[in-house]
Design a protein. Structure first.
Length: 332
């Protein structure tokens, strides 16, 4: 398939490597991954797929300038995705400045741009979870940490440029990912999904430990998140790639919040065990910044024409546990 070079920043990371796998499965061979592989097993996330090149982030500007006539699409998934890094400057460099540089380059060179935002931009959810991309609506959001703020700052600047009629990429889409889980997240350490973190305990016959609730309106384990299987996220990005007339800032969840207790029980059952769960106090430093509820409003993406269905929680967890976490080869 000749579609020009497709550049995937963060292409060896969790969501990025699943996107690389899906593009490769569809016959794309001019795939360029921008990422840091390090000394661990992160390289395994991309080891099965034909790639044109793997380049470090510091070389991306030179690469895109040298290949400006050959690049058709930039999928910008790369970011500092930790929500606990105390160095806000790292977020500025990796999440804000790089995003805006790539946006400007894509606009100047007529290259499509699809990038990762985050549900962390919504903060505690007091303003709801509607993906209203007006400058006024975005101005009301209050992210709780520098990660969420850096993603939000990029969204606000991009929306402002669009609103003011500046030159924009021929297609652009920002995706506010909610709680994504699935294969190839193993390098993320403590930032892995709850399913991945619970799985070793579950298969060893242990008891899962979840945070107690520190609010009277939520039971222990009853804190709610919009959990979405990574293949569903990839399917939306592939649809955008095939539907270049669609532009905008969109939520990307399932539209159905589920509890951490539901998630843990699904993990046990996928592994063939009856659930065994205990609850422990949330660390004091986390309580003021903890989200008790997230649920994506998906009406905007539906109105744009997205036809796909989202995987139910129990089925997504079953696939993840049985097809990957419990398999001899857990990489996609």
């Amino acid at each position: 398939m000749d579609d020009g070079i497709i550049l995937i920043t963060g292409g060896a990371g969790f969501i990025g490597s699943n996107l690389v796998a899906a593009l490769a499965e569809r016959g794309h061979t001019d795939l360029v991954v921008v990422d840091v592989l390090g000394t661990g097993d992160k390289w395994r996330n991309i080891a099965k797929h034909e790639l044109r090149a793997v380049i470090p982030p510091e070389a991306v500007a030179d690469f895109i300038d040298a290949n400006s006539g050959a690049i058709s699409t930039v999928f910008h998934m790369g970011a500092n995705s930790s929500t606990t890094d105390p160095d806000a400057d790292n977020y500025v460099v990796n999440n804000l400045s790089l995003t805006l540089m790539l946006w400007e380059w894509c606009a100047l060179h007529d290259v499509r741009f699809i990038y990762a935002s985050s549900a962390a931009t919504y903060g505690d959810g007091a303003q709801g979870f509607e993906d209203d991309a007006s400058p006024a609506a975005l101005a009301r959001l209050r992210p709780l940490n520098p990660y969420g703020w850096s993603k939000h700052a990029a969204d606000r600047r991009i929306v402002r440029l669009v609103e003011e009629g500046h030159l924009v990429p021929p297609q652009w889409a920002g995706l506010k990912f909610f709680n994504v889980y699935g294969p190839n997240e193993y390098h993320k350490g403590d930032m892995q999904s709850v399913v991945a973190k619970l799985h070793p305990t579950v298969v060893a016959g242990g008891t899962a430990r979840l945070f107690k609730s520190h609010r009277p309106d939520y039971a222990d384990g009853g804190q709610l998140r919009d959990f979405i299987y990574v293949q569903d996220v990839v399917d939306v990005m592939l649809w955008l790639h095939e539907t270049p007339a669609v532009n905008g800032l969109f939520n990307l969840g399932t539209g159905q919040a589920r509890s951490f207790k539901d998630l843990a029980e699904a993990t046990f059952r996928a592994a063939g065990r009856e659930p065994s769960i205990e609850y422990f106090d949330m660390p004091e430093g986390l309580r003021a910044k903890y989200q008790y509820f997230t649920q994506a409003s998906m009406a905007k993406l539906r109105a744009a024409g997205y036809p796909g269905q989202f995987t139910p929680l129990e089925e997504g967890v079953r696939r993840y546990v049985q097809d990957f976490l419990s398999a001899p080869d857990r990489y996609r």
